[in-house]
Ligand binder design. Structure first.
Ligand code: PMP
Length: 428
């Protein structure tokens, strides 16, 4: 990347917009699972702009849908009938698993979660919410208050009254060493405790990611949230599943992450990959909840004709090519390779995740202390080998690997060769 562009970036953009790599790259073009920087260097993209490139770069079906719509009209998403928005809402509602579902489109995941919590608090007449530690739900004033990590919550003021349940890595802290059964028992006991201390039990909702994304791909045992919902449901407490990273078949085994959790969500929020990189997001809710707002609330651009056209084309591409199944198969190949590498590298504390959402947590010492330096070295080495991946977790010590769901077997073989080199490690 030319120095001058980096200097210009630093001069006019906030310091808290983070850049990867000692020598940040300027991506100028994409093709399938590959991206190219300004110097013509090619990289295999295994992070997809933080899981936004869901079906691949420059996929003709998606590009054509965007170009055709842009050539006809670029417009807002309100006041008039917008066919692509209706088409996408129909597809998402039908696939949501929520009976009688309606969809409200926004332009970001943050705004989608804002809408979900606004709906929950209006419907339930309560500002009390339960959230999970180590979560990430967005950067707005409301969302930082349910985001359970000090690195991503720059303000402590909140319009919500939030109670916390445990979450995050199972390598250290209160969840360390618990069997799956003990984990579930602990969560249920904590939840009962929370409900005892909330005002007259009238909590509006719980909001949870099936697999914590920014938090470093941490996940509870399958069925965990379903067991919590059994305690929540008799109180009428709504369940919001934040599927911004886990939706659309990424976990391989299901279309939505919540399905492995045995949950019946009242609302689902989605973003990132839904428009294959276009600014498109939203909330799916039971009609009764969605229609409960007493005043109108619009999003000028949410589900606008161009973004919604990208959404329809992306959804149809996913279905036509059964990319959920591809995520299952390619994810299993990658996981085997990562686990094999981990068995030779004592700095790897855990390989976790599902499908094409896999995390590698680096640790050091008997206490499995976080080792962010090792994670960063791996990130840099992967780049030097032409492979882009992500990083995350409270301490930045987890590699996040999440290629487009269309990744081919050959591309996976290429990536695995790099991981072998990068994660090689030694017994210590
Ligand atoms: N929820 C989750 C699970 C996310 O990972 C993110 C983004 N990292 C958001 C919400 C917020 O989405 P956006 O950045 O589009 O506002």
């Amino acid at each position: 990347m030319p120095d001058s562009l980096l200097q210009r970036h630093r001069a006019v953009l906030p310091t808290w917009i983070s850049l990867y790599y000692d020598d940040p790259i300027q991506i100028v073009r994409g093709d399938g699972r590959y991206v190219f920087d300004a110097n013509g260097q090619r990289y295999l993209d295994f992070f997809g702009g933080i899981l936004t490139t869901m079906v691949g770069h420059a996929i003709p079906e998606v590009v054509d849908a965007i170009a055709n719509q842009a050539g006809r009209i670029i417009h807002s998403s309100t006041l008039y009938l917008i066919e692509p928005m209706i088409e996408l809402a129909e597809r998402l509602a039908a696939r949501s698993g929520i009976p009688d579902a309606k969809v409200f489109f926004t332009t970001s995941g943050t705004e989608a979660n804002d809408a979900a919590l606004l709906l929950a608090s209006t419907y339930r007449r309560s500002n009390q919410v339960i959230a999970i530690k180590n979560s990430y739900h967005g950067r707005s004033f409301t969302q930082i208050s349910v985001t359970g990590n000090r690195n991503w919550s720059p303000s402590s003021y909140s319009p919500l009254s939030v109670s916390w349940l445990q979450g995050g890595s199972r390598l250290r802290g209160p969840l360390a060493g618990l069997s799956d059964e003990e984990y579930v028992a602990r969560g249920k006991a904590d939840l009962e405790d929370v409900l005892m201390t909330t005002t007259s039990g009238d909590v509006a909702a719980i909001i949870a990611e099936p697999i914590q994304g920014v938090g470093g791909f941490c996940l509870p045992p399958d069925g965990y949230f379903g067991q919590l919902q059994e305690i929540l449901a008799p109180h009428g407490i709504l369940y919001i599943s934040d599927e911004v990273q886990t939706g659309f078949g990424r976990t391989g085994e299901h279309f939505w992450g919540y399905e492995a959790q045995g949950v019946q969500p009242d609302m689902i929020t989605f973003a990132k990959g839904v428009g294959n990189g276009m600014a498109l997001a939203g909330v799916i809710a039971r009609a009764e909840i969605m229609d409960s707002l007493g005043a109108s609330s619009i999003s000028t651009f949410g589900g606008s004709p161009v973004a919604a056209s990208a959404g329809v084309a992306t959804f149809d591409y996913l279905m036509k090519h059964d990319l959920q199944q591809n995520a299952l198969l390619r994810g299993a190949e990658l996981r085997r390779a990562l686990e094999e590498a981990a068995s030779h590298n004592s700095s790897i504390g855990e390989v976790r995740g599902k499908g094409l959402m896999l995390g590698v947590e680096f640790v050091e010492g008997a206490g499995k202390d976080p080792a962010p330096k090792l994670a960063n070295e791996a990130l840099e080495r992967a780049k030097a080998h032409g492979l882009l991946i992500g990083k995350g977790g409270l301490f930045g010590n987890v590699l996040r690997i999440a290629p487009p769901l269309s990744v081919t077997q050959e591309e996976m073989v290429e990536a695995i060769a790099v991981f072998k080199d990068v994660l090689g490690g030694s017994q210590s």
